[in-house]
Design a protein around this ligand. Structure first.
Ligand code: GAR
Length: 190
């Protein structure tokens, strides 16, 4: 078996995708090791999840820095110290800037809860339900400087359940947890 890919997971929220990736690594369904959780929200639930799993946390508040470059330089130092090879965005609600894009070319992957290019940005599930679409989905893509743009790697459709955000979100999260794992495994084994 090839050596484990060292990944840093970036997250801002509850971290269900983080938890799914952590389990997948533990159960060796994903040939990777989460060496760092990076968050821009030190009080987010995902931080508790990482601490419970014994995964180091780098938590920086962007507003404590004068510029985005300085914020990302601080993140980059933590990434380099941890030996991170790939950045995995799992609900990280912030655009990646040139500092990190330059440091990790074609090594930054994001998951988004819609069939991009439809419904980018925040509250993609709410946007889809409000629009009245019958089918939405999940996209895994490489990250560029745009908002949920960048080359698409994998997509899976999910039906909107009864025009209901909560039920649709549940269905989307279940698909996310599987699609993220299988897509990353494919990328790391190339
Ligand atoms: C996920 O649905 C992810 O696709 C989305 O945030 C959620 C985080 O959930 N990301 C975006 O909207 C990126 N634009 P989680 O904290 O439970 O993993």
């Amino acid at each position: 078996m090839t050596s484990k890919t060292k990944i840093a997971v970036f997250a801002s929220g509850s971290g269900s995708n983080f938890a799914a990736l952590e389990q997948a690594c533990k159960q060796q369904e994903l040939n990777a090791e989460i060496v760092l959780l990076v968050t821009d929200r030190p009080n987010a639930l995902v931080v508790e999840r990482a601490e419970k799993a014994g995964i180091p946390v780098a938590a920086f508040r962007p507003k404590d820095f004068d510029t985005k470059e300085q914020y990302e330089e601080a993140v980059l130092s933590a990434l380099r110290e941890s030996g991170t090879e790939w950045l995995i965005l799992a609900g990280y609600m912030r655009l990646i800037g040139s500092t990190l894009l330059t440091a990790y070319p074609s090594r930054i992957v994001n998951i988004h809860p819609s069939l991009l290019p439809s419904f980018p940005g925040k509250d993609a599930i709410g946007q889809a339900v409000a629009h009245g679409v019958k089918v939405t989905g999940v996209t895994v893509h490489f990250v560029d400087e745009g908002m949920d743009t960048g080359p698409i790697i994998a997509q899976q459709a999910v039906e909107v359940v009864d025009g209901d955000i909560d039920q649709t979100a549940e269905a989307i999260h279940a698909v996310e947890h599987e699609l993220f794992k299988s897509t990353l495994q494919m990328l790391f084994n190339r």
